[in-house]
Design a protein around this ligand. Structure first.
Ligand SMILES: N[C@@H](CCC(=O)N[C@@H](CS)C(=O)NCC(=O)O)C(=O)O
Length: 123
């Protein structure tokens, strides 16, 4: 990193290693590039349940899991997700670029047959 960049970062208002714009870009790219994106925490039982649901019922659909507790910008990502979706908790799930909510929501959609439709839609 250049001396200018060090000085710029020192005086910039953001205290995290990544700016809000960069965090937004990271999250939006993950949502865009993956049919199923799950923002998760490795120790969270609700997150395990969500991952099991997809792995068991949609084994041919790859899912992108971001474990926020293992990510250096996990807190910033969680803060951006709150701003974007109004949801503070994990798992925070997107299917075909659509926010579907948390574990309760995704199980409810699955029981109603709505999840399969969304996973397999061409959106
Ligand atoms: N009803 C929610 C419950 C989710 C929940 O309570 N998640 C906990 C972790 S297991 C959480 O996000 N806690 C706040 C945090 O970790 O920042 C769902 O079904 O997804």
């Amino acid at each position: 990193m250049s001396l200018f960049n060090h000085i710029y970062r020192f005086f910039s208002s953001s205290s995290s290693s990544t700016s809000l714009a960069a965090t937004k870009e990271v999250v939006e790219t993950i949502i865009q590039d993956n049919r199923v994106a799950v923002f998760s925490k490795s120790w969270c039982s609700f997150c395990h349940s969500t991952k099991d649901l997809f792995n068991t019922n949609f084994p041919n659909t790859s899912i992108k899991v971001v474990e926020l507790d293992e990510h250096e910008d996990g807190s910033a990502i969680q803060a951006y997700l709150l701003e974007k979706t109004g949801q503070r908790t994990v798992p925070n799930i997107f299917v075909n670029r659509q926010h579907v909510g948390g574990n309760d929501d995704v199980h409810s959609m699955f029981r109603k047959g709505q999840l399969a439709k969304l996973v397999n839609s061409e959106a």
